[in-house]
Design a protein. Sequence first.
Length: 485
Amino acid sequence: MTMSGARLSRRAFLGAGAALSALTVLPSRTGQAKAPAPFVPTRTLTLKAGETELKLLGPDKPATRILAYDGTPFQTLRLPRGTKLEATFENGLDEGSTLHFHGIRMPNEFDGVPTLTQPLVEAGGRFVYRIPLDDPGTFFFHPHCDETGQAGKGLAGVLIVEDRRDPKFDAEHVLCLKDWRLADDGNFLPLSEPDSASKAGTFGGTRTVNGAPSVELTAPAGGDVRLRILNIDATRIMDIGVSHGEAWLIAVDGHALKPVRLDDLKDGIWRMGPAQRIDLHVRMPADGSAVSIGDYRAADIYQFATLKAEGRVAKPRKGPLALPAADLPRPDVKKATRYSFTLQQATDAAVKETGLPPDDPLAKALIDSLCVGETTYWGIDRESWPTGERRHLPPPLAGMMEGRSYRVEIRNETRFPHPVHLHGHAFDVLSSSLDRLPRHYADTVLVQPGEAVEIAFVAAPGDWVFHCHILEHMETGMMGWFRVV
Ligand SMILES: [Cu+2]
């Protein structure tokens, strides 16, 4: 429901022939804006998607053919803040794909959403992304097509944007958490089961950190460790906690916040849905002792990392080490235009047909280029992203104005939690109806059943999707978009 603001009418937006217009990339309406400065890359690289092998079941068990960029599982790029990145994506898969740099504020044309911002990159094809890295922090990149299949098989990389102003830690580690759905022979089990897709999602039974069951790391006693923890799973929500050590939450989704002692948070954990990241600062205990980091959500606590204290630092520091804040546009919360969107199970009203019969080659091409699933289980405000029989893009959830502040309430009417992601923006998480959260910026926010979360942001120009990051939920309808002109 729109509380205020100019929502485009469905009829005005779609007009005649909407089914066919969705076959081509929508024209950008931002062309009239002032000409941007020319993009001169300071770093160029290639990211090729393809298969590689990883022993996920154990050293003596069969390997799994996973997907990765450049043959490196969870390849990590470390680039300085201010880099102008020119990344050429090469599609070595046998199906279409794109590259999406999650959480990065960037020109809309490089956002990687097929149909909406660019054509699908077919098998063997390539696409050049030109992306300014203005915000420091922990980000990642992944495909935005058949995500359940491609990201489910491991296709993701880590993007760390370093800042000269970052405090000096004694050690730093990147921890990528992902579950896998594997049979005993190392092959993948079906990555999505319909009954699960319509509920909490299809969970993997093999839990890993950086592709291993757990990691053991060392750091000097009394030293300061920065952990960059990424939930790159397709489905699982995790409660990250630390035992036997002092720890502070220092960034969420890459964005610095005023350090919060983990023990001062509800249940001493930070809840993290798929696509969410945190940076933790751990102060190491005495020599010989160890800190463990785990997911405390499951009945069986999953201890995925141990930090053992070895040696000692010369001069232990006091208090947490705060990270530098990104130079983000700050929304004017008082003057912001308000919207409210409701996450729903799909209703009949959300399933709309177009004129094309399902076996029409054009209809097939559209479904392929939109990268959608076969069934609709979910929706936002009684609209669902196209699936199965629906052959056209829905109208935008909202029409917004570049540079204006918006305050968006996200209500969850379903029985399952949803991590909701807005492309191309960092938003201020203002409030939750259920929890007292520290004020922070994020690009993805978890909304529990019955909860209403309020976010605020300054709209950036372009067509930006707004979707659940439980990949099956997104692919079975829980995605919409905002048009910012
Ligand atoms: Cu969801």
